[in-house]
Design a protein around this ligand. Structure first.
Ligand code: PRP
Length: 211
């Protein structure tokens, strides 16, 4: 039997995702043993899991190192990897938003300075509304940028809104809702179609149960 290679996003979301795969019939008990190993397999079920950094899942899948994986819609929009997006898992829900200091007023005579990790999403959004911007690419702690005068606004992920609130920022506009998606490598899909279809059916059944 060929093994289905699965890239899981390391962290809390990934653990939830593994639980869903387990219920879909792709269990691999060794993954639950606390260890620092990154690869786990269950030959009986024909599945091999590996933990990767969440933002790297799409790269593993696009290049075929993994047949399937779970990635946030934010990463799919930002990097547009050439993969199949098979289903929305309805978990890891948050939104991509523009945020600014409370009371912010946009002065359209000036170029808007936008700090973000998601430069493509930000550029596409502002091009769509015809607003001139200056992108400031940061790798984290984006909320600091408007506080220190490095930018006027930020484009970032908002989940509970706590980070914004604690830094006296507020959402100006939601750009797009985000959630975790099951993705597949284009040629891996053909080789593993039966297993992947079983997986998708199992995951869909759980979504319906939870709805
Ligand atoms: C994201 C985002 C915000 C935070 C929002 O960061 O960049 O900082 O979550 O969550 P909240 O609305 O629930 O406060 P994440 O924890 O993903 O890590 P990052 O700093 O690496 O982006």
């Amino acid at each position: 039997m060929t093994m289905l290679n699965v890239a899981l996003p390391k962290g809390r979301l990934g653990e939830k995702v593994y639980g869903m795969f387990e219920q879909a019939g792709f269990e691999c008990p060794s993954i639950r043993e606390n260890s620092r190993k990154l690869i786990f397999e269950n030959p009986e079920k024909g599945v091999r899991y590996f933990w990767v950094k969440p933002s790297d899942v799409a790269i593993y899948v696009e290049r075929g190192a993994a047949d399937v994986g779970v990635a946030g819609k934010d990463i799919l929009l930002e990097y547009a990897p050439d993969v199949y997006e098979l289903s929305d898992l309805d978990i890891g829900k948050c939104r991509m938003a523009v945020a600014a200091p409370a009371g912010f007023q946009d002065d359209i005579r000036k170029t808007l300075r936008v700090a973000t990790k998601f430069t493509n999403i930000a550029r596409t959004y502002y091009a769509g509304i015809g607003r001139d911007i200056d992108i400031i690419h940061l790798n984290g702690s984006i909320e600091l940028a408007p506080i220190l005068g490095l930018s006027d606004v930020i484009v970032d992920i908002v989940e509970t809104g706590t980070t914004l609130k604690e830094n006296k920022l507020e959402v100006v506009r939601t750009i797009v809702p985000i959630s975790a998606r099951l993705i597949a490598n284009r040629s891996g899909y053909k080789f593993n179609q039966a297993a992947i279809e079983r997986l998708v059916a199992g995951l869909t059944a759980q979504k319906e149960e939870n709805a």
